[in-house]
Ligand binder design. Sequence first.
Ligand code: XMP
Length: 511
Amino acid sequence: MNFEKIVILDFGGQYTQLIARRVREAKVYSEIYPWDAPLATWMSGNVKGIILTGGPHTVTDEQARQCDRSIWSTHVPILGICYGAHLMAHVLGGKVRTADSGEYGEAAASLDVSHPLFEGRSPQSRVWMSHHDEIEGIPEGFKIVASTSNCPAAAIANDESQWYGLQFHPEVGHTEGGFEILQNFIYNICNIIADWDMASLAELSIESMREKLEGKKVISALSGGVDSTVSSVLVQKAIGSQLTCLFVDHGLLRKNEAEEVLSVYRGEMGLKVILVDARRRFLDALEDVTDPEEKRKIVGNLFIRIFEEEAAKLGGIDFLVQGTIYPDVVESGSGQAQVIKSHHNVGGLPDDVQFEGILEPLRLLFKDEVRELGRELGIPAEMIERQPFPGPGLSIRIMGEVTEARLRIVRESDAILREEIAKAGLARDIWQYFTVFLPVKTVGVKGDERTYANTIAIRAVSSADAMTAEASEIPYAVLRAISGRIINEIDRVNRVVYDVTSKPPGTIEWE
Ligand code: XMP
């Protein structure tokens, strides 16, 4: 694609994806590469700026992460943030030292507002610091353009070479005017054309797929989720009826969900969808299984098997559509994190499925961009604003064995929760909310009768990206109404509890 772009070299900082998103919010395309990616693998005429991110290391250590040294002779503007700034200073002949005590949190900075990087900023600005090391001696050709009382070289600049280093983090919301500082780098210094938007992306991507897929048969798996929906619609716009979608009903969906999404897919969206009713097969496969990871694997594998069977029935399929999005691409590239849960995305299948090729039309996009693209493509809001739903569905919201009776309980209680949240006008404020079935029986009293029945837990969280989350503070009256209805309307439940755990240490789903 021909968009001008900013390349971000990731040194392992916690804000790397945030930097990439901020650049895109400035309507400029950005790509993330690992810190040690050779220049030849990412450099091209379209690269108009380079950002070196923060990272947990000390630049003076022998093992310190160093990027390809030839970046210093590319004549492309470079912005180093935190570790990136240390690296810049260190490699170019300055001095970096480990301070006696680190600096974490807000600091008052004096900015040289006559410098293009700080144009339009206030001379005294609040900035966000998170570092232990600092630049002690600046390299030749550089000057100091911002300082704080603890950190004399809070920003350094070499205007001739267009190299800039910031000790603070402009990408986080706590830095006053931080986004504007990034924009100054992008617009004033990199001189880049701000042309990244979802309308042009859609146009380009549809055009290129139309060429590539001439006369080809394509298949995609719809899950009801945003990613599989948007990717399928994009492909449909390119090749129309050459695309066939499969919707596998594994029986682990919420109440009425299969009917509802199918009618939108086939109706307003005009997709050609084959419904595969596999409810019995999934239930049989899950019989007697209680281990969360085993459940996840069974659902994931059976889904793939069914998909392959259906594709074989159709015959002659050339391409498979996958709803992979950019965070999946970046995260699978680093692969450092421990597996907490083996994620299964019903819209996504492993690469070893036998097709001529895989189409991943969303692989460059962040989630909020996928939603924007969906809106651009005219997909109904109800499909785009759906809350996240795990691939293994309700199987991981039933603790212990999955049975038809338990599925009914979790489905009914979830429907009540959704109705009450909607009635209270809270649906948009809460990231995700659902009920969990606990196979724990407790004693209660209904009328004059003793009961001995199961427990339902309510999980509702606020979050920006599902990486961290806080339990939502649902008004007590709403909780009481939900609890009352669940106990009155569902036979085998006599107790409702509210989960107040944040993530970490909890996770959003219980399994
Ligand atoms: P956890 O439970 O790990 O979940 O805090 C984070 C987010 O991911 C969703 N989730 C999944 N999504 N396939 C998916 O596509 C999965 O296997 C899966 N498991 C969890 C979860 O609902 C939350 O939004």
